[in-house]
Ligand binder design. Structure first.
Ligand code: PEP
Ligand code: MG
Length: 563
């Protein structure tokens, strides 16, 4: 067959070469004839038994996802379990059986179709994507009603590329990442849960490839380019060798950089630099270790709070934080308290619209406003600190008063834990992100109130240069190496170093090969970055001399030319 190329939307990066498996779980036949009045209660019971079986399956899928991808990915299935309790789905199907004498399968099919349509009309992309969850559950219930166990096929040959109309989380969680190398769907969006799972499992994926099922044949050779969003069917020999070359090169590069794992991040003149990882889920902590991270310099906790109708409980947060603390053993884990607000609304909390969200109730400001939420998170972090080397960090600090207010809440929570006899890490260091110009300018004052600083260059750049970090029209102006930013980093580092306190950089700049020598020259000795950047950062550290880096930094401080 001739080579054919189809375009879709990139949903998870990477490339894979393999063979197609068309994933079309048979749709159970739906009986349409009405029930006899005597059959009604029996049919309701049949539906309830099927729902119970599906609940069991979803719970299993959740445990599997927790093991493979992490707590926040597993939360996808918590949402499904909630949906199974929702009267809009099962209650409505029961009503149709009782009042309209519909057979169970038809009742669930029609209820799901109506719900799905309602979701599809919503403006919010996240809620729209929930239509897929409804269909996922309905499909499983239909399979059980038809006499199956609710599962689609799960056994695949090696190097399988799955092509499906749509994939549901319950399917994806059961795919073996050792055999399934990539995913392609005709429908779905990059924000769908399947895409999130694929990224967490490092499995290339493309969504929205219209007509893929009709074009692709089972067993056909194919390539998935998850970076570009292309599916290549029956690729020509030259195309295969080109892509196979990319797959092999990526593998070799990973192996080469992995070899660096055993050596320390030390400059040529023997100055030790600490390389840490930024993570957003417990699963990423595992990946961080495989890249040689010496700890977690930034654990963004937002992921636990988004994608769900209510904030996570203290126990759920404690479990997630403790998991990372335990995994990292003696290595530091800097847990940042919630950094939402403004442009990232918090589900379950009604916030008024703000004209300037980036200058609004964001980060610590939001936590100090919703004290119950803040106290719950602090309790969870303090308790997790009993299991490892946990540090706590506040985002969006501008003034000394911010720090005093936050510390007061920590003290109150500690007193409460003492009174309740609940163990916690009493020695836990407390620090702040330096990401507002106010904090950087007054760094010498603020440092007296905290144990450490971590410089958030992503925000520091936007606030210093007055350039919205999300505005593509201003991308040219968003310059992290502008002399103004460089000076703020320098004085923040000097303030902390002067008192012998830790200072790290955890914005994107920390993992930028061009910036690493400059940051070291400015006095930074700890860099926290996306885990996959760590090996390259180590290579750079090992090839430089601090004296040279300091000279370069001096030039930049004076506004000197680059390189
Ligand atoms: C930063 O602002 O540099 C930072 C690390 O935080 P975030 O990107 O989460 O705002
Ligand atoms: Mg920030």
């Amino acid at each position: 067959m001739a080579e054919r190329r189809m375009r879709g939307t990139p949903a998870a990066p990477g490339v894979a070469v393999g063979r197609i498996v068309r994933y079309t779980p048979a749709r159970a036949a739906v009986r349409t004839a009405d029930l006899a009045p005597t059959e009604v209660e029996q049919e309701v019971e049949r539906l309830q038994r099927a729902v119970a079986q599906v609940r069991e399956r979803v719970t299993q899928a959740r445990e599997r996802a927790r093991g493979m991808a992490g707590a926040s990915e597993a939360a996808i299935f918590d949402a499904q379990l909630l949906m199974l309790e929702d009267p809009a789905l099962i209650g409505e199907a029961e009503r149709r059986i009782r009042e309209q004498r519909q057979p169970a399968a038809r009742a669930i099919d029609e209820t799901a179709a109506a719900l799905r349509q309602q979701f599809a009309q919503l403006e919010d992309a996240y809620l729209r994507a929930r239509a897929a969850d409804v269909q996922d559950l309905a499909t499983q219930i239909l399979r059980v009603l038809a006499g199956g166990d609710g599962a689609g096929p799960t056994e695949f040959p090696e190097n399988t590329i799955i092509v499906a109309e749509e994939l549901f989380p319950s399917d994806t969680a059961l795919f073996d990442p050792g055999r399934v190398v990539a995913l392609v769907t005709e429908r779905g969006s990059p924000t769908a849960h399947v895409a999130i799972l694929a990224r967490a499992l490092e499995m290339p994926a493309i969504v929205g490839v219209a007509g893929a099922l009709a074009q692709a044949q089972d067993g056909e050779g194919a390539i998935v380019d998850g970076d570009w969003g292309e599916l290549i069917l029956s690729p020509e020999t030259a195309t295969v060798s080109d892509y196979q070359g990319r797959v092999d090169a990526a593998r070799q590069e990973r192996a080469r950089l992995r070899a660096l794992q055993a050596v320390p991040a030390e400059t040529m003149d023997n100055v030790r630099i600490t390389l840490l990882a930024n993570i957003g889920t417990p699963r990423e902590a595992e990946i961080a270790l495989t890249h040689g991270a010496e700890g977690v310099g930034l654990f963004r906790t937002e992921f636990l709070f988004l994608d769900r109708p209510e904030p996570p409980s203290e126990e759920e947060q404690y479990a997630a934080y403790r998991q990372v603390a335990t995994l990292m053993a003696h290595r530091p884990v800097v847990i940042r308290t919630l950094d939402v607000g403004g442009d990232k609304p918090l589900p379950g909390v009604r916030m008024e619209r703000e004209d300037n969200p980036f200058l609004g109730t964001r980060g610590l400001r939001l936590s100090l406003r919703y004290l119950d939420l803040f106290r719950t998170q602090i309790r969870a972090i303090l308790r997790a600190a009993a299991h490892g080397n946990v540090w706590m960090m506040f985002p969006m600090v501008a003034t000394v008063q911010d720090i005093l207010d936050a510390r007061q809440v920590v003290e109150d929570v500690q007193a409460e834990l003492n009174a309740q006899g609940i163990p916690y890490g009493a020695e836990m260091p407390i620090g702040i992100m330096v990401e507002t110009p106010a904090a950087a300018v007054a760094a010498d004052v603020l440092i007296r109130e905290v144990d450490f600083f971590s410089i958030g260059t992503n925000d520091l750049v936007q606030y210093t240069l007055a350039v919205d970090r999300t505005n593509p029209n201003l991308a040219q102006r968003y310059d992290p190496l502008d002399v103004s930013v460089v000076r703020l980093i320098a004085q923040t580092a000097a303030a902390a170093n002067g008192l012998g306190k830790a200072v790290a950089v955890c914005g994107e700049l920390a993992g930028d090969p061009e910036a690493i020598p400059l940051l070291i020259g400015l006095g930074i000795r700890e860099l926290s970055m996306t885990a996959s950047n760590i090996p390259r950062a180590k290579e750079i550290v090992r090839s430089l001399r601090v004296a040279d880096a300091e000279q370069q930094a001096q030039q930049r401080m004076l506004g000197g030319l680059r390189d």
